[in-house]
Design a binder for this molecule. Sequence first.
Ligand code: FES
Length: 361
Amino acid sequence: MDTESYVLDVVEVVEETADAHSIVLRVPDELAELFSYRPGQFLTVAVPSDQTGIVARCYSLSSAPGDEAGHQITVKRTPDGYASNWICDNLRAGDTLRVLPPSGIFSPKDLDADLLLFGAGSGITPVMSILKTALRRGSGRIVLFYANRDEASVIFRAELQALQEAHPDRFTLVHWLESVQGLPSQDQLARFASYFTSFTAFVCGPGPFMKAATSALKGLEFPRERRHQEKFVSLGGNPFGDVEEMRAAEATIAEADDHEDTDAPALGGPVALEVELDGEHYAFDDYDGDKPVLQFLEDKGVPAPFSCREGNCSACACVVLEGEVRMLHNDVLDEDDLADGIRLACQSLPLTEKLKITYNG
Ligand code: FES
């Protein structure tokens, strides 16, 4: 049995640059609610592979919620990147693509806030979605620092220019070209950001760029709640595979970890679990705490978000409001995330008899 994946029609493929394609997907009316998304979220995509059957990858949506054209992801070829090259080489209008519903936590809570956006290369993708949405629905000022290798590799160049012309009072765009200015250093990024220290920052791009920009923001004492970064990861597992098979594997992992983790107190009885998700409130009193929260919620038919199920994508991220959990595995949340109470539901086992989590954070 497959997990809850969906096959969507590819209605258009746009060649954004020589090595980046946007794929526009049509979401049928009956899936509209399930596929509603916040700007900055991503889709998990199944790419066919001769060797492994399927390769799963997360690609940010570059469209804005409500865009009539459809849901658009933008994929840039990476050297030796099997999935990105397969998509750019093979996908055409009229084809189909198998995906999981949108997920991710890289999204502004307040669209009226002043936003300081940092995008580099294909890291512009979620930033573009945030920018378009905030311009359309919000009221704050928006500054985008956009770094690229050279002029030819600038994705959405014309669209960004049009947005700038349409919103000269609200939107400031600064291009940075490595071919002209070299790689932006932490000092240079800090100098730039120092003019906007009251803004809420979002950073997405290759690892070194994210590290430099995030360190610059930390140095300027941007508080944690105004500093967000998106981590791009390759999924090691296959979220499109057989559910039972995956659960057996998860159980084995859980068992192995249980043996290692002697500090974790054992729960004597059932856990009272409360969950907030998409405006709904769920409460359960028959959770033994013997399986990860995500798995329990799925068993109960709760449409909780997920992608990799392995602790390396953050699609299942939730905030613990009450109680405590321990995670079996975590490849994606950093210390700041953990301090904010963010946990991965696919890896979380309860440590307390009462547990309240929210996905609305
Ligand atoms: Fe990927 Fe939980 S589903 S970290």
